[in-house]
Design a protein around this ligand. Structure first.
Ligand SMILES: [Ca+2]
Length: 465
């Protein structure tokens, strides 16, 4: 039996229909509106944690500072490995270098991530594609063609000033602005990796005579294993090969103060150029209406020594090499907050999966989602963060490993020499405390954690001591 619809019911139905029609019009006009955020990772090359304005008053990075302060600044971010290709492969795979196999610059082992057939071999790009994201990559890959390891579109771009990288990333954003799928964009600038070739405009921002040198600057590194950037037992500094492109720079240490000032001057100038480019990209996000529904994660693949401990380059477990600037901004990130939580570059993978509403996390991932940290910046995601840099000399098992706790950092070198630093009292890492009682106690606890972790990543065995 039919019930006649009352006038009142008819009015309600008509109103609901009208509202639905209005909502669809509003939605159609809203650019790229989804229930899940768009995701952008900006992954720079060789930018040490002090190589950004909010960590260093000498540096001029107004756009990066503003972007960082619109979200959560992560003060203690450590890369899975302080060497380019190994670090990049870890970002994409979510595991440490000895697990994915790219332990140095040789990228052949990353081929197992090309098919995406086995769940354990899925990259972050494969996963986000499967979750309905359109994925794009522009800039330095170092581990093969991005479209070979899961990205829908994109390319490796070699031009060192990153002008085409940012132009193509911005074109990707324009293309995605009105589409109905969320996107994942990976922007990987080459800057500030050597060769440092800034335009005069950026050099003019700085007076090299007024730049503050690192507190642990030396002209010549000490002949200790921890400063060795090559095979164990050798005093090998990887400066000359990688910095000879820069004018006037002599081949390797010793480097006097004027030389280091000239290098730092150029390094800062390149970072100011990078800052300008990131500012332009963010302006594009604002103008296209994408910003409010886009999460941006910023970090670097590794740091740089800039004369600290008498070194250039990276490939050590010193803070300058293994700690990078990092921030997360966008929906869900608290504005104007900082966190002291110990974070790993491996955390980016699970964080982005959680933000993309993945129902399960791949079991092999070695990082932790930072979403709890976005909700409560005073919380912690781990007690100890690890890093490895092995295979630099060409043989598996060489090089250094690190376990970094809240106060102490333990380093085991390729020559099995232990170092322990109190990061609160001695952030420059000048005094190995391995023989004093407090240092020995901290070293013992961190060593046990390090050995356990080395077992997890199938590293070499460690002699008893
Ligand atoms: Ca690098």
């Amino acid at each position: 039996m039919h019930h006649p619809i009352s006038n009142r019911q008819a009015l309600v139905v008509a109103s609901v229909m009208l509202l639905a029609a209005l909502a669809s019009i509003v939605n159609a006009q809203q650019p790229n509106a989804h229930d899940r955020p768009n995701l952008i990772v900006i992954f720079t090359d060789d930018q040490t944690f002090g190589g950004i304005g909010y960590n260093n008053p000498d540096l001029k990075t107004p756009h990066l500072d503003a972007l960082a302060r619109s979200g959560l600044i992560i003060e203690r971010a450590y890369v899975a490995s302080p060497i380019c290709a190994a670090s990049r492969a870890s970002m994409m795979s979510g595991v440490f270098p000895q697990q994915h196999g790219v332990i140095s610059l040789a990228r052949g082992n990353f081929k197992r991530y090309h098919t995406g057939g086995d769940r354990a071999d899925l990259t972050l790009a494969h996963q986000l594609h499967a979750l309905g994201y359109t994925t794009g990559f522009y800039g330095k890959s170092h581990i093969g063609k991005p479209t070979d390891y899961g990205f829908d579109v994109g390319e490796e771009i070699g031009q060192h000033d990153d002008v085409p990288t940012f132009a193509k990333a911005e074109q990707f954003l324009r293309d995605r602005a009105t589409k109905d799928k969320p996107f994942f964009l990976w922007v990987a600038p080459h800057q500030p990796h050597v060769p440092l070739l800034p335009d005069q405009r950026w050099l003019d921002l700085y007076d090299p005579a007024k730049l503050t040198l690192p507190g642990n600057f030396r002209e010549q590194p000490t002949a200790e294993s921890i400063n060795n950037q090559g095979r164990p037992g050798e005093d090998y500094y990887r400066d000359s090969k990688y910095t000879k492109n820069y004018k006037n720079l002599p081949a390797g240490p010793p480097r006097d103060e004027p030389t280091i000032r000239e290098f730092i001057h150029a390094y800062y100038a390149v970072i100011s150029h990078l800052d300008d480019q990131v500012g332009h990209l963010v302006k594009q996000l604002d103008e296209s209406g994408l910003r409010k529904n886009t999460v941006i994660v910023y970090l670097a693949d590794n740091g740089y020594h800039l004369g600290s401990h008498g070194l250039g380059n990276k490939i050590t477990m010193h803070e300058e090499s293994v700690r990078v600037p990092m921030f997360i901004t966008g929906p869900g990130a608290p504005a104007g907050r900082r966190t002291k939580a110990l974070v790993s570059s491996l955390d980016v993978y699970p964080t982005l999966l959680e933000l993309a509403s993945a129902k399960t996390m791949p079991e092999q991932l070695m990082g932790k989602s930072l979403v709890p940290l976005l909700r409560d910046p005073d919380s912690q995601v781990r007690d100890t963060v690890f890093s490895e840099c092995v295979g630099v000399g060409g043989k598996p098992g060489e090089g250094h490993r690190m376990a970094r706790g809240d106060t102490w950092k333990y380093v085991l070198t390729g020559a099995n020499e232990p170092y322990v630093f109190n990061e609160r009292d001695d952030p420059s890492e000048l005094k190995n405390r391995i023989t004093d009682p407090a240092g020995a106690e901290a070293a013992s606890a961190l060593r046990a954690q390090l050995v356990k972790w080395m077992g997890q990543i199938s590293d070499r065995s460690v002699p008893q001591n």
